[in-house]
Write a protein that binds this ligand. Structure first.
Ligand code: PCA
Length: 198
């Protein structure tokens, strides 16, 4: 099983991105077949960056991580929506206003993984996890829509997006915001990448 694991560069007011911290931690485990790539937080660049990584890695599954402020569990995303809209600019300074990702494309794409089983497997290890029906309309959703489009082009390829809370002690996280231990988030991702092919 070859897995492409992605995390994001920092964005907005945050000097670190918990998704990249988790991806690095998982990379340090050295599992065979896992490639790790850091992606830009730009509407214009993220799709091409993902496609380049997919071409290089030829994965069986793409597992994407992103940071989400204010949650205290890992959030497995079921849906990507064909829309870009944001109240805060991306790292290019771009602010989309209700723009389709692909004009005329499907309104929504669903993960082709067994998301509920993956969520259950994480929770069985005592780690907090939930299935979510919206990844928002920012760059994470843009990336997820591309990944699920790539899956349609490549029979058998799977994709799942997982939002991560801030990590405990993350310097630029606003005081009082929910978080999780980095080790626990990495363990959750390890469970997902080991079960995603089943
Ligand atoms: N989170 C943002 C984009 C990059 C990231 O880590 C999002 O939820 O869309």
């Amino acid at each position: 099983m070859r897995i492409l694991l992605t995390g994001f560069e920092p964005f907005g007011n945050y000097k670190e991105n918990s998704s990249w911290a988790v991806a690095e931690k998982v990379a340090a485990c050295g599992f065979e077949g896992v490639s790790v790539t850091r992606l830009p937080v730009t509407f214009a660049g993220v799709a091409a960056a993902l496609r380049k990584a997919v071409d290089e890695c030829r994965p069986d599954a793409i597992v994407m991580l992103g940071q989400s402020a204010g949650i205290d569990y890992v959030k497995l995303e079921r849906v990507a929506i064909n829309m870009m809209d944001s109240a805060s600019a991306d790292n290019d300074g771009y602010l989309p206003d209700e723009e389709p990702i692909y004009p005329g494309g499907e309104a929504a794409l669903f993960t082709n993984t067994n998301i509920k089983e993956l969520c259950r497997a994480v929770k069985e290890q005592g780690l907090p996890a939930k299935v979510s029906n919206s990844a928002g309309l920012y760059v994470c959703n843009r990336l997820y829509y591309e990944a699920l489009t790539i899956c349609k082009e490549n029979r058998g390829m799977k994709a799942l997006f997982v939002h991560m809370p801030f990590y405990d002690g993350q310097p630029s996280a606003p005081a009082g915001k929910s978080n999780m231990l980095l080790d626990d988030m990495a363990q959750a991702v390890n469970i997902i990448i080991h079960k995603i092919g089943q």
